[in-house]
Design a protein around this ligand. Structure first.
Ligand code: MLT
Length: 242
């Protein structure tokens, strides 16, 4: 299902959740881990982030804060996937809070299996869901401050499409619980050969373009299947590579 009501976590919720924030939190999380970060610790608020980071050895931590698409003043990083280079993040824990993506993570952190997806790792995530024989999966688009996000729905369709392509075994069926998921699949069919244009056209893409200095992020966020890594929640709020 796509973008479920978080309140239904209690009503026989999913056995897995996939959080998506294409522009840019889950793309940045994937690239941080790909480039050697020890872990990403995600926080809904900057206050929670500050308290946790203060208890971590200063030489092994980085603080990544983004609000409104811009880096929080005084933080080591904003939310660009291009900034998390191996030289900077290797071996470090990144304490991260963003406008939308880390809040989505906080909202579903009690599910049994929590993964993050983006366009670069959409096939790897789909393969993990099938390998784990997940029966009911929530795909959570982070959106923008509670509103619908075109790019997150595109990525939801990308993950679902990869699952359909791989679920060739007769005993594995892939069904979709709601119209949002069917719409996401249609988006993927429409844009899968030109994902960057979709991202630039989306309202948050336009917001980033208008802010300036984020243009190079689009190609990285749009690069379908450029990563094999699947971030998973190793403990509540802590994402590691798998
Ligand atoms: C986020 O990642 O939470 C937001 O989409 C903001 C951004 O990074 O531009």
């Amino acid at each position: 299902e796509c973008v479920p009501p978080v309140s239904s976590l209690a009503e026989g919720g999913p056995d897995a959740a996939v959080v998506i924030d294409v522009l840019r939190a889950t793309t940045t999380i994937a690239w941080s881990l790909q480039n050697g970060a020890e872990a990403i610790e995600a926080f809904a608020s900057l206050e929670e982030l500050e308290a946790a980071a203060a208890a971590w050895p200063a030489q092994q931590r980085l603080r990544a804060g983004e609000r409104g698409g811009q880096r929080v003043a005084g933080y080591d990083l904003g939310n660009s996937p291009l900034a998390v280079t191996p030289e900077l993040v290797g071996g470090k824990r990144i304490f991260m809070s963003t406008t939308n993506g880390t809040r989505s993570l906080a909202a579903v952190k009690s599910v049994p299996l929590l993964l993050t997806a983006c366009l670069p790792n959409r096939t790897a995530v789909a393969r993990r869901l099938l390998d784990q024989e997940c029966c009911r999966v929530w795909i959570v688009g982070s959106g923008w401050e509670g509103d619908y996000s075109l790019e997150d729905s595109l990525a939801a369709g990308a993950v679902a499409s990869a699952a359909i392509e791989m679920a060739v075994a007769p005993h594995i069926g892939v069904s979709f619980g709601n119209d949002e998921m069917l719409a996401a699949l249609a988006l993927w069919q429409q844009w899968h050969l030109d994902t960057e244009t979709c991202l630039r056209t989306a309202s948050h893409g336009q917001r980033l373009i208008n802010l300036g200095n984020h243009d190079a992020d689009f190609a990285c966020c749009a690069a379908v299947d450029s990563l094999q890594l699947v971030p998973f929640q190793a403990e509540p709020g802590v994402l590691k590579a798998s």
